[in-house]
Design a protein around this ligand. Structure first.
Ligand SMILES: C[S@@+](CC[C@H](N)C(=O)[O-])C[C@H]1O[C@@H](n2cnc3c(N)ncnc32)[C@H](O)[C@@H]1O
Length: 228
């Protein structure tokens, strides 16, 4: 009787083997893999351009880890740093009021300490630096102050990744950073669902007669500008 039961159980399980994806292979899923490919391709385009990397809107620090590691992989991390700007408490009230469709809940768990801790775990403390607060205030101050890696008013970057999803910080980012972008550098926006970031981007392009370029690949950045 026991033998028969085991046989039935074995048969049942054999026919219902479920193939759970292995968590270690997550980055190979098409959505993840295409994102990495897009970021690697953008990085490749600015690899030989001097200057730092800036991200506006850090979230949990995914791109900090990615871009910090790319600077390390290419052995450029002594001269070029990644600077990430965020409130580290989700969207500001001003941005929530200005941009319908944003939810404070989504990013509020990514505190400064949480992101710093992740960066330490990836051994990127020397490469990735973070500036906490509303970009409206922190970005202009960062540029005009004497900092560890630039003198007041003198700042050069090669890549600016705008991912605030909100109009005003994106517009301030473009207005402030384009003049600090080295020749051959790129400013990209991330927003897949068109909103404030797109508004700011197209407004800036039209005010400055710049040609917006569309991302080439599946799940690529939606748009970017290249400084000639
Ligand atoms: C879409 S998430 C960023 C996701 C991240 N870049 C990634 O790829 O995982 C947007 C982030 O922008 C930040 N943010 C939006 N407006 C801001 C502002 N005015 N000042 C500072 N941070 C802001 C939010 O706190 C949030 O963490």
């Amino acid at each position: 009787m026991r033998k028969i039961t085991r046989k039935v159980i074995n048969k049942l399980f054999k026919n219902n083997v479920s193939f759970e994806p292995d968590a270690r292979d997550k980055y190979l899923e098409s959505i993840e893999c295409s994102y990495l490919f897009s970021m690697f391709s953008l990085f490749k385009e600015v690899e030989n351009v001097p200057g730092h990397i800036i991200e506006l809107g850090v979230g949990a620090g995914r791109n900090s880890i990615l871009l910090g590691n790319l600077l390390k992989t290419t052995n450029q991390h002594s001269n070029a740093k990644y600077y990430g700007f965020d409130s580290f408490g989700s969207y500001t009230q001003k941005d929530l009021d200005e941009n319908s469709g944003l939810s404070k809940k989504k990013w509020e768990k990514n505190s400064y300490e949480f992101v710093k801790n992740r960066i330490s775990n990836f051994d990127l403390n020397n490469v990735c630096k973070f500036i906490k607060g509303d970009i409206r205030e922190t970005l202009p101050k960062f540029i005009s102050d004497n900092e560890e890696r630039h003198s007041a008013g003198t700042f050069f970057c090669r890549f600016v990744y705008i991912d605030t999803s909100a109009y005003t910080p994106a517009k301030i980012g473009l207005n402030t950073l384009y003049k600090h972008l080295a020749k051959g550098g790129i400013i990209a926006i991330d927003q897949r669902r068109q909103g404030g970031e797109w508004d700011a981007f197209f407004e800036f392009c039209s005010e400055n007669s710049l040609e917006p370029i569309s991302g080439r690949y599946f799940n690529d950045v939606p748009a970017y500008i290249f400084k000639k």
